[in-house]
Design a protein around this ligand. Sequence first.
Ligand code: UDP
Length: 351
Amino acid sequence: MQEINAVVAGAGIWGCTIARRLAEAGRKVLVIDSRPVVGGNVRCEIDPETGIEIHSYGSHIFHTHDDQVWNFIRRFTEFNGYQHKVLAHHNGKNYFLPLGLTLINKFFGTELSPSEVSSFMKDERHSTALFDAFFRGYTSKQWGKPPESIDPGIIRRVPVRENYDINYFNDYNQGIPLRGYNSLFENLLDHPGITVECNRPYKLGDFPGVKVFYSGPIDRLFDYRYGELPWRSLRFETERLNITDYQGTSVVNYPDIDVPYTRIHEFKHYHPEDKAVMAKTQTIIMREYPANWKKGDEPYYPISNEQSLALADKYKEEAAKIPNLVIGGRLGEYKYFDMDQAMAAALKIVI
Ligand code: UDP
């Protein structure tokens, strides 16, 4: 192999963005990943029978208000213009999230105008009823504990609006890569300065003297010497159905506590521009079940509390003492990053 002057360990969004920047700066980069394929949890598979793109680790919708990120990513993929909308199925009825006039007026049977909604919601009976219907059960299932004991910043991810906007995200720039997420990664890594080796985990001390950009689990890097960082995991059940359309949209949330899953994804709706796939009399749905996590399971969401954040800081301090080592990404930083945030962080790193 040609001489390398940088290693990227972990080929998710953060790692692949760094690799591309390094290569464009003239470095010879080796990208390694312990998995057999690149893309981290953004990885998709194409169902051979229907051609439907399945988001193997749950729905991923790219959205950002960061112009630098938006300009960078569009060098490697076109987007299809998809705008994310989410339904919540509560008590036998479908409501459009987020909390806005569409949901509130349907739920309470009112016809509130934008100027009336704020005082209406100040009435604790109303806000409690909404919270109990759409957040309490979902959050308890998702995090395995009551909503009062989770970081309030997590629930604040879901916007609250005083208008009829039913976009799930506030970001104007959003979509799904026109030719799929895997092609985004292929294009990011398609540079003469980049070599990729899959099935190759990184161990501290590998590649002496070479700068390493690591985005695997930070506790694993140190053999869990201070203990394991806790995660929340997910389990998916995928089904191919012989009908054209199961739920009429890409994601339906199930906030009611008596339903064991939190949402159902129906992937063909992410590519409405693909008329051939949309017309197929088959569809693929995936039920998402939150799950406890133990070492060896797939980590999805960091469980952020005082203790876990202190432990993550301890590992980060250790990492900072190691010359030529840069840590990042969701697993490396132990942060609930959206894809654009991981990319933004990678664009800011001094390479
Ligand atoms: N949430 C909820 N009900 C919903 C959707 C979200 O209670 O219908 C809460 C839940 O605690 C969840 C958080 O809001 O963990 C963030 O939701 P988001 O849709 O951003 O979750 P993600 O897609 O990142 O899993």
